[in-house]
Design a protein around this ligand. Sequence first.
Ligand code: ZN
Length: 423
Amino acid sequence: MKKIILLFVALILVSCAKTYDPLTGKTTYTLLPESQEIKIGQMYVPLAIEQNDGRYPDKEVQEYISQLGQEIAKHTPRKLNYKFYVVNTDVINAFALPGGFIFVNRGLILALDKEDQLAGVLAHELAHVNARHHAKFLEKMYGMNLLMNLAAIFAYQTKYGNVLMQFGGLGAQLLSLKWSRDQESEADRYGVKFAYEAGYDPRGIIETFYIFKKMDKIHQPEWLLTHPLPDTRIKQVKKLISQLDLNKPLKEDSPRFHYIKNKLEKTKPSYDLYKKAKIKLIKEKQITEALNLVNKAIKLYPQNNAALSLKAHILLKQEKYSEAVKYAVKAAQIDDMFFRPHFFAGYGYFKLKKYKESIKYLTKAKSLIPDFPDTYYFLGRDYEALGNINQAIKNYEKALKLTDGKRGWEADAKRRLQRLLGY
Ligand SMILES: [Zn+2]
C-alpha cells in the first residue's frame, strides 16, 4: 500500500515538474522541481559549515559577502533566495550547494587583491546554480529514486533526518562536486556576463585565474580541483570578454573590500595557531602542545569559534568537563549553525550528569547534522538516566542503525537496548 501511495505521489510530481529554464528561456522537463532542489541544498548547509570549521564570526564580514553576492545575483535570471556565507577555513575555495547557498572561504578572500576578482568568483558560482548544474547532477545520480524519496517527504512530512539516511554520502559528494569541461565553460560564459551586468570589470576573473595558477603546489587552491583550469579555458574567457564593451564605467575595486580583507588579515595569526593546534591534537596526539597553541589562538581573537570548539574538544579529552562545556557553549552561541560545539556541549553536560542540558544541545546538534551516530547514543543515555525509556530505546536503535561499528559504544548500546526491551 505504501509503495502505491509513493508511486502515486511520484507521478503527480513528474507531471508537475515542467520547469522554465531561465538561461535559455525554454520550458524543459525535470525530475527535480526547484522547491526540492532548494530543500536538498538547505539540508546540507550545516554540513558545509561543519566541514569548513564554522562560519567566520564577524557580522560585518558576513554582511559584506551577502551584499556583494546579492548585488550580482540580482543580475541573474534565476530568482532564488540566495544565501552567502564566509566560512573559517583557509583553504582557497568557494562553492555552491543546490538551490542557491554559496560559500566563500576565508582563505579565498585573503588570496585576492581586488573586489572585481571576488565578484568574478561569486558570479561564476552563481552561474553554476543558474545553469542548474547541481540539479542535473542529482537527476543523473538518483533519477527516479530521488523523486520517490523526496515524494516521501511531502507525503509523510518526515523530518529531513530520515531522508538524509536514504541519501548516505550525498552531502560529501555535493561538497566536492567536480564539474565537467562543458559545465565549466557554461559557468564561465554566464559568470562573465553576470559580473559584467552587475557593473564589475569582467577581467577580474582572469586575474583570479592567474593568482590561482601562480600558487605553489602546497597551497594549490581547492577551487582548481573542482573547477579544472586548462589554458584553453583562460583563452575562452578572454575571448568572451573581448566581445564586451569595456568602455562603459566598470567597478574594479572598493574600499570596503580592503576593509574586510584587512579584518581577515588581523585575525589570520589566530587561525594559523588554531590550525597548528588541530594538527598537534589529531595527527601528532600532543595534547599539551595543542592546548598551548589553542590558548594563544583564543587570546589573539576571542571570537574564533573554531579555536573555542577545539579548546572544548581538548578539555573533554582531559576530562575537564565543566570547563569544556563553557567553551563549547560560547562557540555554539557565536555560530548557531556550527555542529561541533553543540555536540561537545551535549557530551560535556552528559558527563556532568546534567541530562536536560545535554538533551538540549544534542537535539540541536541532531537538527544540524542528523546522521552522526554518537549524538543518538548520548541522547539515549540522557533519556535513560531521566527514566524516559521510550526515547532511550528510539535513540539507541538509531545510533546502532547509523554506526559504522567502530565508534566504541556499540556493545554498550546493544546491552542497554536489550535490557530496556526486556530480553
Ligand atoms: Zn566552475
